[in-house]
Design a binder for this molecule. Structure first.
Ligand code: ATR
Length: 280
């Protein structure tokens, strides 16, 4: 590719964003696929999000990733939502059509499902799945998870009403149930996914311990170096595995890259750098 001309501009908007791995990930993708582009971080406070995001595109920006706390505001900002963004009620990727209209997409759910099925080799079809939390993280992945035909998905949350609301919204899409943490049935699930933000406070919700058995795979949508409270809890209960969300992070980025550039980069080399031996 010719280096002539300015690189196409992409960015992540969030608040805060300084901790983000996305410039590193997209930089590796761009190098591997020879795309002439740059990707940077833009910290935007909520009250300025709308004007800054619109200005980014007015100034010729090609695409945005959106992270906390702007994912819902982004869904209200765009002219059009993809089916998966509409279902998630949140946008993590924005691109502009030739007509100038902004389209909001959401690659979080497909990122999680790809990590579970392709990278980790799990079969979601027929699986009994326990989802912890009923906030934005859970809502964002529920549709794509249900799309893989699990036998049953139980949503456990501190505030039962929020879990019940999700069950109502996704009614008819699969076997779904809402419950509290301590009322989760005491039978090991095939897969337990943490979508609460409790780790940020260093805590683990009081989930029925017997929900995890020796064949249970546990997955934290959060990622950190070392253990999270959830992965520690899972290991202490003898789970078959306790994964963190590095793969989801890299796969949602690859899907956003595909939306923007029409090329899906290989994710394995990036994942090995982030979460390989000695890392993640
Ligand atoms: P996000 O977009 O990150 O999911 P959110 O919509 O505020 O953020 O949702 C956070 C989730 O983590 C919710 O399920 C929340 O439980 P409530 O619905 O009861 O608020 C959960 N959560 C946050 N802190 C928690 C804690 N200390 N213990 C248990 N659950 C917690």
């Amino acid at each position: 590719m010719s280096a002539a001309g300015a690189p196409d501009r992409y960015a992540l908007m969030g608040h805060p964003v300084s901790h983000s791995w996305s410039p590193f990930i997209h930089g590796l993708f761009a190098r591997a696929t020879q795309q002439h582009m740059q990707y940077r971080l833009i910290d935007v406070a909520p009250e300025r999000f709308r004007s800054e995001a619109l200005q980014f595109f007015v100034d010729g920006g090609k695409g945005l990733n959106i992270t906390l706390p702007h994912k819902q505001a982004a869904a209200e900002l765009v002219n059009e939502l993809s089916a998966r963004a509409a279902e998630a009620g949140a946008v993590n990727t924005i691109f502009q059509k030739a007509s100038g209209e902004l389209v909001g997409d959401n690659t979080d759910g497909v990122g999680l499902v790809t990590d579970l099925e392709v990278n980790l080799g799990l079969a979601l079809a027929g699986a009994r799945v326990l989802l912890l939390g009923a906030g934005g993280a859970t809502r964002g992945v529920l549709g794509p998870l249900l799309g893989r035909a699990p036998a049953r998905v139980v949503i456990a949350n501190r505030t039962l009403a929020r879990a019940a609301e999700l069950v109502r919204e996704f009614a008819g899409r699969g076997e779904l149930e809402a419950t509290g943490f301590e009322t989760v049935e005491a039978t090991p699930f095939d897969l337990v996914i943490n979508g609460t933000s409790a780790s940020l406070e260093g805590t683990m919700p009081p989930v029925t311990p017997a929900a995890v058995g020796p064949a249970t795979v546990c997955y934290d949508m959060a990622y950190a170096k070392g253990e999270t409270p959830f992965t520690r809890w899972a290991r202490e209960r003898g789970a078959a595995a306790a994964h963190k969300g590095w793969g989801m992070l890299v796969e949602q980025a690859a899907e956003a890259f595909l939306v923007w550039r029409g090329i899906r980069p290989q994710t394995r080399p990036v994942l090995e750098l982030l979460a390989g031996p000695g890392g993640g």
